[in-house]
Structures are given as structure tokens and as C-alpha cells.
Design a protein around this ligand. Structure first.
Ligand SMILES: Cc1ncc(COP(=O)(O)O)c(C=O)c1O
Length: 443
């Protein structure tokens, strides 16, 4: 097997797709140069493409598959729901069951509301914060990805030069973002508690919420420091600003999500990915008084009306319940222990090669980096241009040798991952670094 291969069926399909789909697909995050790979089937931790190549999946649809592909309890639940109802303008028991399961597990989830993606969840979390507090602005951490709502995208692309001193500028991500959006989003510098405090104080009266992700992919899975998180919680409490966690990814860190692992209690949380059992999903969960913005008032109108043709879709609800029920505390501990094993073995693979490098992450999430810089401030965490080039070469090598991992060399495990898969990952990584060493970044 070889990637890229202009003779492959994937290359032919990509050429056909480009006639009708911009860049040949519907999802920026799966674009692969020179062409995306087309999948025939997948089961457990393994995927087979249309050319018959096999891959061990360390991406799991960008962390959403907690059990890998076609997990039997999920396929059974979906099959059963398929013949009952697939979408209807009624509510279903399946929705109550998933809501109860999630609210039972997480202390801060007094009520929950479903939607169809993590982006929608973040959008509605920010709108709920505005509707509840009556304040127009939201604060987010510079450089963090929260999906495709334009308010959530502000300052995603920032580099260290997009700061005045340590104060980040509000910058657009998509062309055409209105200036009014930039004005309403206050970016905060990651892990810089003192500067963050000064910025929040300056905007305190108009801030509805401070949003953060406990395991940000765009910052190489480096968690915010405990000091930084406690500063955010203190400021939120002091100024009646809502503390909003984006747990679209970090919820897979444990039975009570990232907030359980870090021992924190936000006011409101956005969810997605794993809670849909592999189907499109999002949710907003939090304090009952905040969640009441979704309830009609005396005039029959909610402070935050929230329609959605597929919200609480019964197929997704049934799949989500099957996937989440199969994960008790012990199962999360086992999965996280496998994550520890991958991080340890990858670190010793890098050490054996005598090359600078490190592996970051927690639980079942990890990222590999090819330098020895400490990973605690924004400038040092950002991937440099030469590192990006090397990672692209290495990723193509890994794909060509049966390892599927995200373009930023970030990955995750599922309950279908085995020790053999980890062994193959480390061996292939080692061979790949050797094969691509001409482009190894200067350290
Ligand atoms: C932290 C975070 N928030 C929100 C989103 C958006 O979720 P979705 O892709 O389901 O819209 C993502 C997607 O990767 C994410 O990583």
C-alpha cells in the first residue's frame, strides 16, 4: 500500500467528487492532500478503504467513537429503533433515557437539551448564557477550536504576533465575519492568569460567560493549568459571569467527563461526539435556572427559542444510550489505562530514536510532538511551520503503513483498541520518523 497513489480508486473517486463538491467533500477537517481516502467498511478499531487497504483507526471520527466502529450494542439499538421511528415531530422515551443517564452521571447537569452537532451545542451554550445574564459578550480562550459558530471561531487562528503584550486581539477565522462579532467576543490568553484577570475585570459588566475546553486539540491536548482554571472559576463567581465548559471532546475523559476528572463544576456545558454513539449529536447541559431559558415563559415564549427538525432524533438517542451505558466507571478506567500505556510506549519509542519529542494528553486522548519545549504557554504550544511540514510527511507515511491518525498527530483510543494496535502504532511511528528524518524539524 502507498499513499498517495494516483492509480488508486480513492484518487479516481476524489476527481469525480470535485466536480460536484467544493474540494471534493463536505468537511474541512477531513480534507487530505492530494486526495481523501474513501472507506468501504469499518469494524472495531479497523477500517478498510475502497482499494482494500486496512487501517488501525486512532482518530475514531475525531474522538466521537468511544467503542470504535459498528459496536454491536449500538447497531442493535439502532436496528430496533429503525423499525419503530426514525424521525418524528413527537418526543420519544429514548430522549428521556439518554437525558437521565447523562444527568445522573454529572453533578453540574441538572437539565440537558439535545441538538445535532458540537457546533450547535456551543452556539446554544453561548446564546443561553446571553439569554440568562442579559449580557452581550462572551470570553473565550485564544487559539481554541469550538466548532463553526462565528462567535466561537474568533481568535482561533491567532499567532503570538496577534497580541499586544500578552493581550490577544479579536481576529476573524472565516472571511466575511462581521466586525460586530469581533467586538462581542473577548479572547483571553491561555494559562496567563494575571492578564486574563485584568481583561475580565475590564469587560466584567458585559460578559455573559467565559468558555474553555479542558483538553484543547488545537493546543496539542495541553490542559489549562490548575491555577488558570481556578482563576477563571473565581472571576466567574466574583462577577456573576457563567463558567462554560466545552466538553465536546473532553467528555470522553471519564464517567463524569473532563469536569469529573479535573474536579470542577461549571455552570453550563456543551457536549457532542461520544454521547451520540456515532450519530450526529450535540447537547447543552447545566444548572436548572440557566436551562430554563429554553422553557416558555408566561407569554408562552422562551427566552431562547430553540427549534431543530432533528433535535433529540430517536436513532441518535438510542445509539447514544447504548454507547454510554456500555461505559461504567471501570470501563473508563480501563480505557484511560490503555491511554497511559500508549503514552508510555510512544515516549520510550521517541527516546530510543534519540530524537526530540514528547507525547501529551490524558485519558484516551493523545498528541505527539517533535520537540522538547515545555508545553505550558501559547507560543511554545503552537506547532511551528517546520514541525507542521514534518508531521505531514510522517502522517502520509503512517497512512501508507496502515495507521490512521488526525492531521495534527493527535489521536484517541476506543474500547476496541488493543495492546497489539498500540505496539503496531509505536513500531510504525518509529519507522516513519526514520523514513522522514530529512524533514525532521530543527530543535
Ligand atoms: C472542542 C470542540 N467543540 C466543538 C466542536 C464542534 O463539534 P461538531 O464538529 O460536532 O460541530 C468540536 C469538533 O471537533 C470540538 O473539538
Amino acid at each position: 500500500m502507498e499513499y498517495p497513489n494516483p492509480e488508486s480508486q480513492s484518487a479516481t473517486l476524489a476527481a469525480r467528487a470535485r466536480h460536484v463538491l467544493p474540494d471534493g467533500n463536505s468537511r474541512t477537517t477531513i480534507a487530505l492532500k492530494p486526495y481523501p481516502i474513501y472507506i468501504e467498511s469499518a469494524a472495531g478499531a479497523e477500517v478498510i478503504d475502497v482499494d482494500g487497504n486496512h487501517y488501525i483507526d486512532f482518530n475514531n471520527n475525531y474522538t466521537s467513537l468511544l467503542h470504535g466502529h459498528c459496536f454491536e450494542p449500538v447497531t442493535r439499538a439502532v436496528e430496533s429503533q429503525l423499525t419503530k421511528a426514525t424521525a418524528c415531530s413527537f418526543t420519544t422515551v429514548a430522549e428521556i433515557e439518554l437525558a437521565e443517564l447523562l444527568c445522573d452521571r454529572v453533578e453540574s447537569f441538572e437539565k440537558i437539551r439535545f441538538c445535532n452537532s458540537g457546533s450547535e451545542a456551543v452556539m446554544n451554550m453561548l446564546k443561553a448564557a446571553r439569554a440568562f445574564t442579559g449580557r452581550p459578550k462572551v470570553a473565550k480562550i485564544e487559539g481554541l477550536y469550538h466548532g463553526s459558530y462565528d462567535f466561537a471561531e474568533v481568535s482561533l487562528k491567532n499567532r503570538p504576533e496577534d497580541r499586544k503584550g500578552l493581550v490577544p486581539r479579536s481576529t476573524p477565522y472565516s472571511f466575511g465575519t462581521p466586525d460586530s462579532v469581533l467586538h462581542e467576543v473577548i479572547p483571553l490568553p491561555f494559562n496567563e492568569a494575571e492578564v486574563t484577570e485584568a481583561i475580565v475585570e475590564q469587560h466584567a459588566d458585559s460578559l455573559a460567560c467565559i468558555m474553555i475546553d479542558l483538553m484543547p486539540q488545537t493546543l496539542s491536548m495541553s490542559s489549562p493549568s490548575a491555577e488558570y482554571l481556578s482563576t477563571l472559576a473565581r472571576l466567574a463567581n466574583q462577577y456573576n459571569i457563567l463558567l462554560a465548559f466545552d466538553e465536546v471532546i473532553s467528555f470522553r475523559l471519564g464517567y463524569s467527563g473532563g469536569q469529573g476528572m479535573f474536579g470542577l463544576k461549571p455552570d453550563i456545558t456543551s457536549l457532542g461526539k461520544i454521547i451520540g454513539g456515532g450519530f450526529p449529536v450535540g447537547a447543552i447541559a447545566g444548572r436548572a435556572d440557566i436551562m430554563s431559558v429554553f422553557e416558555p415563559g408566561a407569554d408562552g415564549i422562551a427566552r431562547l427559542p430553540h427549534g431543530g427538525t432533528f433535535n433529540g432524533n430517536p436513532i441518535t438517542m438510542a445509539a447514544g444510550k447504548a454507547a454510554m451505558s456500555a461505559m461504567d466507571v471501570e470501563k473508563f478506567n480501563q480505557l484511560n489505562a490503555l491511554g497511559d500505556q500508549l503514552r508510555e510506549e510512544t515516549a520510550s519509542t521517541l527516546a530510543d530514536l534519540n530524537m526530540p519529542g514528547q507525547v501529551i494528553g490524558k485519558g484516551s486522548l493523545f498528541a505527539v510532538r517533535f520537540h522538547d519545549r515545555p508545553m505550558d504557554n501559547f507560543a511554545d504550544i503552537l506547532v511551528r511551520d517546520d514541525e507542521r511540514v514534518f508531521m505531514e510527511h510522517l502522517r502520509n507515511y503512517l497512512i501508507g503503513n496502515g495507521i490512521w491518525i488526525g492531521s495534527n498527530m493527535a489521536g484517541c483510543l476506543s474500547t476496541a483498541t488493543t495492546e497489539d494496535h498500540i505496539d503496531k502504532f509505536c513500531k510504525t511511528l518509529s519507522a516513519g520518523i526514520e523514513a522522514c528524518k530529512e524533514s525532521f524539524p530543527a530543535n
